[in-house]
Write a protein that binds this ligand. Structure first.
Ligand SMILES: Cc1cc2nc3c(=O)[nH]c(=O)nc-3n(C[C@H](O)[C@H](O)[C@H](O)COP(=O)(O)O)c2cc1C
Length: 330
C-alpha cells in the first residue's frame, strides 16, 4: 500500500515526504538518498559557492539517482546578495523540474521558474504569505510552523494552527513542515489536509547526511527543549541548537538596543559550518528544530522513509479505523 496524494502525483514520487533545503547539508549525497528512498530530495543552491558549482552538483546528483530531485533557493537579507539570477538560470538550464523557494520577496524568481514550467514549492511561515504566494502562481505551499529549524518567522504560530487554517483558506495543495519526523506526524499532517510533510532536522540525522557523526549523536541525545530562538531583536528569528554559543547569544540579546554587531562574531556562518566538519557541537551556532526531541536513531533514508510510511498507514488503517464506530447508540 502507498500513500498517494496530490504531492506524489504532481512530483512523480512514491512517498509524500520532502527533504527541505538545508545550508551545508543539502548536497547530492543526501538529496539522492532521499529521492532513492521514494521521497523528494532537494539540493540547496546556496551551499554551492557559485552557480557553476551548483550546475556540477546537479549533474553529480543525476549520476546518483534516476528519481526526481529538486533544488532549494533561499532568499535571505544580505549586504552582498548572491547572484540569484545566475543560480536561477543554471537551475532552468539543467532541466530541474521542481524548485523549493523560501525567504523574502521571491516573486520575480517564482515568475522565472513558472515561465520555465518548473513546479514551484514555496515555503513560508504565515497564512498571509501563503496566500500571496498562491496569488503569485506557486504550485504547492510548504507551511513551516513555530517548531521548525531555521526561520520560523516572527509570529510564533504553531504548525497545528497553520495547517488547519491552510485547509480553510488555500486552494492549492500544501505540505506540512516543522516538527515532523515519524509516522504519527505524517498521519497527523494528512489529517490536517496536507498532501505530505517536509523535513529538515530528521534528514540531518541519517546515515547519508554529510555532517559529522558527533553532531548526529548530539541530535539523538537532545530533547525537545534543546533548541532556542536567536535574532528575534533583529526580526530575523532563527531556531538553532541550544549549545553554549547559543546561550551566550541569547544573553547578549537581552541588552537594550542590542545591535547585530554585538553577536556577529558568535554567529558567523564559517563557525557554524565547522561544527559539521569538526564534529564539535559547541564550535558555533547550528540549525536544528524541536523535533530533535523525537529523534532517537540514525537510520538510512530508505529505512526512515519506509518506516514513516508504514507507521502512518498503520495509524490510519488500524488505530483511526478502530475508534470509528458507525451508528453508535451512545
Ligand atoms: C541544518 C539546517 C539548515 C537549513 N537551511 C535552510 C536553508 O538554507 N533554506 C531553507 O529554506 N530552509 C532551511 N532549513 C529549514 C528546512 O528546510 C525545513 O524548513 C525545516 O528544517 C523544517 O523543520 P524541521 O527541522 O522540524 O523538519 C534548514 C534546516 C536545517 C535543519
Amino acid at each position: 500500500m502507498v500513500l498517494q496524494t496530490r504531492l506524489t502525483k504532481m512530483l512523480g514520487i512514491k512517498h509524500p515526504i520532502v527533504q527541505g533545503g538545508m545550508q551545508y547539508v543539502g548536497i547530492s549525497a543526501l538529496a539522492s538518498a532521499v529521492s532513492n528512498a521514494g521521497g523528494l530530495g532537494l539540493l540547496t543552491a546556496l551551499t554551492q559557492p557559485t552557480p557553476e558549482a551548483l550546475r556540477n552538483e546537479i549533474r553529480l546528483c543525476r549520476t546518483m539517482t534516476d528519481k526526481p530531485f529538486g533544488v532549494n533557493l533561499t532568499f535571505l537579507p544580505a549586504i552582498v546578495p548572491p547572484p540569484y539570477e545566475e543560480y536561477v538560470k543554471v537551475i532552468i538550464e539543467e532541466g530541474i523540474k521542481v524548485v523549493e523557494t523560501a525567504g523574502n520577496n521571491p516573486g520575480k524568481y517564482i515568475k522565472m521558474f513558472k515561465e520555465a514550467n518548473i513546479v514551484v514549492l514555496h515555503k513560508c511561515t504565515a497564512i498571509r504569505h501563503a496566500l500571496s504566494a498562491q496569488r503569485l502562481g506557486v504550485d504547492i505551499i510548504s507551511i513551516d510552523g513555530y517548531e521548525c529549524a531555521g526561520h520560523p518567522g516572527e509570529d510564533d504560530v504553531t504548525g497545528l494552527i497553520l495547517l488547519a487554517k491552510s485547509s480553510k483558506l488555500l486552494t492549492i495543495p500544501y505540505i506540512a513542515s516543522g516538527g515532523f519526523g515519524d509516522g504519527s506526524g505524517l498521519a497527523a499532517a494528512l489529517a490536517l489536509g496536507a498532501e505530505g510533510v517536509n523535513m529538515g532536522t530528521r534528514f540531518m540525522c541519517t546515515v547519508e547526511s554529510p555532517i559529522h557523526q558527533n553532531i548526529k549523536e548530539a541530535i539523538v541525545k537532545a530533547d525537545e527543549r534543546s533548541t532556542t530562538l536567536v535574532f528575534r531583536p533583529f526580526r530575523n528569528t532563527s531556531r538553532i541548537f541550544k549549545n553554549s554559543v547559543a546561550v551566550e547569544v541569547n544573553k547578549r540579546e537581552k541588552k537594550l538596543d542590542v545591535q547585530f554587531e554585538d553577536v556577529r562574531e558568535l554567529v558567523s556562518g564559517a563557525r557554524g559550518k565547522q561544527v559539521y566538519t569538526t564534529g564539535d557541537p559547541e564550535f558555533g551556532v547550528w540549525t536544528a528544530g524541536q523535533v530533535v526531541g523525537l529523534i532517537d536513531d540514525i537510520p538510512t533514508c530508505e529505512v526512515l522513509v519506509s518506516r514513516m510510511v508504514r507507521d502512518a498507514e498503520n495509524i490510519i488503517t488500524e488505530r483511526l479505523n478502530k475508534i470509528y464506530v458507525p451508528n453508535s447508540k451512545l
